[in-house]
Ligand binder design. Structure first.
Ligand code: NAP
Ligand code: G4F
Length: 333
């Protein structure tokens, strides 16, 4: 009896939050997983190999075209997930050129690597696009939230670079008939979120305050609102996009929006503190030259066509992140 051929996936940004969730998800689905790791001596490599022994790591960089072609030759993937990026919005203001090179032009280099090595156009490509492309102002936000047809108005070098990635992906689909799609994902968080992002910064600090290891948290603006979901739910949506008959772009979101103050409130309640105000200091160093006010996504199309829906709600997300950080920080005592 013929056995079904094992599918192969190549993931850029494998050492990031989504890379970890996606590697785990695809491995459980029976894929052979390849991941691109950058740098002469990447400090994350040892920990990554210990957690994901089944991932085949390939040294490459999104700013180095030949390294990506080499990665295609080594992995011969059925699916490529381009998650690699300079992904921190605040950092992108301080490093705009690097952000353009990696987050913007890197998409072109990955698409070209596929085009040059896959003349039969069998490879399916996922681009990690973002709600930051919408900009979060009232004037372009439909009542139900941003959908796939909403007007873009990026408000950071990161958002602008991602918009290039979005359009070049669409352009390669239309020009060369490639199966190339964008997932326009709203904020998603979890146990693997980097501590430089506001949710994890809060949950780590809350855990440390509870354990007497820290007195307070320094944050920037507290009024912006985000549509926060759980990263584990979102990688399922990425995969679903590449299993469709036709390539298309989809928004993944929860359809709810909450301020940073809301997040603080739930996180502190988890450690038995009802009033978080005495524990939070505002520091202009964490404010941005231009802010994205309110992000709210409308995931109707993904729900209808992909059968995707987020499982973890806002309160569940905050709870699981605080619980995770309490466990990690307790071990340090
Ligand atoms: P993340 O944790 O910041 O991970 C970014 C990854 O990109 C890391 O593995 C990083 O490698 C890699 N990278 C950076 N520069 C690179 C380069 N020059 N060449 C190759 N790889 C490079 O991001 P994430 O939260 O997992 O997000 C995944 C993707 O989705 C990103 O493209 C992000 O912009 C996008 N996105 C995220 C969200 C969200 O809420 N999480 C929402 C919408 C879109 P190192 O570990 O070596 O630094
Ligand atoms: O956690 P953040 O840094 O995430 P942001 O800017 O929304 O970007 C994330 O989500 C995007 C999708 O919409 C992704 F494309 C992107 O790659 C990234 O994953 O900041 C959230 C909000 C902002 O309004 C920020 O100004 O929190 C505010 N904030 C307030 N104090 C802070 C802080 N953000 C950070 N990182 N650190 C602070 O101390």
């Amino acid at each position: 009896m013929a056995t079904k051929k094992q599918k192969k996936a190549l993931i850029t940004g494998i050492t990031g939050q989504d890379g970890g969730h996606l590697a785990e998800f695809l491995h459980q689905k029976g894929y052979q997983v390849f991941g691109i790791i950058r740098g002469q001596h990447n400090p994350k490599k040892e920990k990554f190999v210990a957690e994901f022994p089944y991932v085949n790591l390939i040294e490459a960089d999104l700013t180095d075209q030949s390294s990506l072609i080499n990665a295609m030759h080594i992995s011969k993937p059925d699916e490529v997930y381009n998650l690699g990026a300079i992904s921190h919005v605040g950092y992108s203001f301080k490093n705009p050129q690097l952000t353009a090179d990696v987050t913007g032009r890197g998409v072109l280099y990955m698409l070209e690597a596929i085009r040059l090595t896959d003349p039969e156009k069998k490879v399916r490509f996922y681009q990690a696009s973002t709600s930051e492309m919408f900009g979060g102002k009232d004037y372009n936000r439909p009542d139900k939230g941003y959908n796939e047809n909403a007007i873009f108005h990026p408000r950071s070098p990161y958002g602008v670079a991602k918009l290039y990635g979005y359009w070049i992906t669409k352009n390669y689909r239309e020009s060369y008939g490639m199966f190339a799609v964008s997932g326009i994902l709203f904020n998603h968080e979890g146990e693997r979120r980097g501590t430089e992002f506001v949710t994890r910064k809060i949950t780590k600090s809350v855990a440390r305050i509870k354990l007497g290891l820290q007195d307070d948290i320094e944050l920037g603006d507290l009024w912006p609102k985000r549509d926060w979901g759980y990263a584990g739910d979102y990688v399922d949506g990425m995969w679903r996009m590449l299993q469709q008959d036709k390539p298309d772009d989809y928004v993944l979101a929860t359809g709810e929006t909450h301020s940073i103050e809301d997040f603080l409130s739930v996180a502190f309640q988890e450690i038995g503190i009802d009033d978080w105000h005495p524990y939070v200091k505002q520091n202009p160093a964490f404010m941005r030259p231009a802010e994205v006010d309110v992000l709210l996504g409308d995931p109707s199309k993904a729900e209808k066509e992909l059968g995707w829906k987020r499982k973890v709600d806002f309160r569940g997300l905050v709870k699981l992140m605080v619980k995770n950080d309490l466990a990690i920080e307790s071990e340090k005592i």
